[in-house]
Design a protein around this ligand. Structure first.
Ligand code: ADP
Length: 429
């Protein structure tokens, strides 16, 4: 029975208690189907992942939860995407519909909910309380709730999703995977702001960073693809999606990242300003006769490349088209965006006293060769030599520098859902 499996003879001769123990042991090592939930205030993304093959079995999205015109999009692997407009007054109903879709006799991918071994929940803010993923229990829920102040738009929605799942699947283990957890290894000099220390003591105002699941997955994957030890490398990850952040990962640990107390800090993003002089807020409030809340809304929703391009677009496909037409708005937005990324890369080279690998990931990082080209154009001092043919490939883990390049630059497609599923299995499998 060396392989952990029982022969028929073993089964006949094995006492019941031992059989149960062996079954448990086998189950513990077996693959399971993990439901990954990413819950927003009015939306919910889901994926069912087989942890053995690491394949996505089905995925989808519930939109306009609690708003008129709500709909669920469901796509089984290899099957057709179906969209159903149906009332979703709350998240419990949304999750009920997700579970119904997954078990639908015609298009579902599991026969019953019993087949779902665990649920992994993305939780945006774990504050200083969570440096790792955790199995969710009442204590964890209370601790997440205490972080609500730090992410008032996201954490309450994440909690609603967890509670709705608990209601419908009370016996299925659940794991919380935090966007902030990977960054908890930052040293004090990287996470403190130059503010009166009492604000850190009273309110925990500090840099937390986000996209941690992606930064962790991509940096580890880069080491794996290169066949090098994660613990031996200095890696910079540029996660360039609608929201965007850079991280410095030294010897397998995050030592700095560009987002801060909130996701507003750092890079210029789709619609977020990233770093600005904080005095601009007061200046604009006076000039435009607007409240702080209104200015914050401008910084979050009307700035970034959308604002910089004079409202041309927040989508890089449009900006690239505009750039190729010579549109001055697109040129300004792209140049300013890429310059900021390059500045962050430079500051993290300084923070780590060097860099071995620079990774691009997320919607823009994976799909916009022009952006990678511009950013790498600033990195001559690192001996970066782009391989233009490789830089135009898509959808794979790939090195985009020449063999002679002193620093390696890679594109690593991120997979936050898979990373959440892996964490879930690690804790409850
Ligand atoms: P988020 O998860 O933060 O919503 P994503 O990682 O999905 O963001 O990235 C969305 C961004 O990716 C959009 O700005 C979009 O313009 C960009 N993007 C997607 N596909 C392409 C493409 N083919 N070329 C250039 N940009 C792309």
């Amino acid at each position: 029975m060396g392989n952990g499996l029982m022969s028929n003879r073993d089964r006949r001769e094995c006492p019941a208690a031992l059989r149960a123990a062996i079954r448990y042991e086998v189950k513990g090592n077996a693959a399971m189907k993990v439901l990954v939930i990413n819950c927003g205030s009015s939306s919910l993304k889901f994926q069912l992942i087989d942890s053995g093959s690491e394949q996505c079995l089905a995925k989808g999205l519930c939109e306009r939860i609690g708003i008129e015109g709500s709909m669920i999009t469901y796509a089984p692997e290899g099957g057709d995407k179906e969209k159903t407009v149906t009332p979703m007054p709350d998240h419990t109903e949304a999750i009920r519909l997700v579970l119904e879709a997954l078990t639908n006799p015609a298009t579902g991918v599991v026969k019953s909910l019993e087949e779902i071994g665990a649920v992994g929940h993305r939780v945006v803010h774990g504050g200083e309380k969570f440096a790792e993923s955790v199995v969710i229990d009442d204590g964890v829920l209370a601790a997440v709730e205490e972080c609500n102040d730090l992410a008032p738009l996201h954490n309450p929605a994440n909690l609603i999703g967890i509670n709705a799942c608990k209601k419908l699947m009370p016996n299925t283990p659940m794991v919380g995977v935090f966007d902030t957890a990977f960054h908890q290894t930052m040293p004090e000099e990287a996470y403190m702001y130059g503010l009166p220390y009492e604000y850190y003591q009273k309110y925990k105002i500090r840099r937390y960073g986000f996209h941690g699941t992606s930064h962790s997955y991509v940096s580890a994957k880069a080491a794996e693809v290169l066949g090098k030890k994660y613990e031996d490398l200095k890696i910079i990850v540029c996660h360039l999606g609608n929201g965007a952040s850079v991280s410095a990962v030294k010897n397998g640990k995050c030592v700095d990242t560009s987002m801060g107390l909130t996701p507003l800090e750092g890079l210029i993003m789709g619609t977020r300003s990233g770093d600005i002089d904080p005095a601009i807020i007061e200046f604009l409030a006076h000039k435009e006769d607007r409240s702080i809340d209104e200015i914050m809304s401008v910084l979050n929703k009307k700035s970034g490349v959308l604002g910089l391009s004079g409202n041309l677009s927040s989508d890089f496909r449009d900006l690239e088209d505009g750039y190729n037409r010579g549109d001055a708005n697109a040129v300004r937005a792209l140049n300013t965006y890429c310059y900021r990324v390059a500045k962050y890369v430079g500051s993290y080279v300084a923070a780590m006293n060097g860099v071995d690998v620079i990774c691009f990931t997320a919607g823009i990082g994976e799909n916009a060769p022009l952006v990678r080209n511009f950013v790498c154009g600033y990195l001559g001092y690192l001996g970066v030599e782009l391989d233009q043919e490789a830089n135009h490939k898509r959808g794979e883990d790939i090195v985009i520098t020449t063999p002679d390049s002193r620093t390696t630059v890679m594109v690593i497609p991120t997979n936050e859902e898979l990373a959440i599923a892996r964490e879930t299995v690690r804790l409850v499998g």
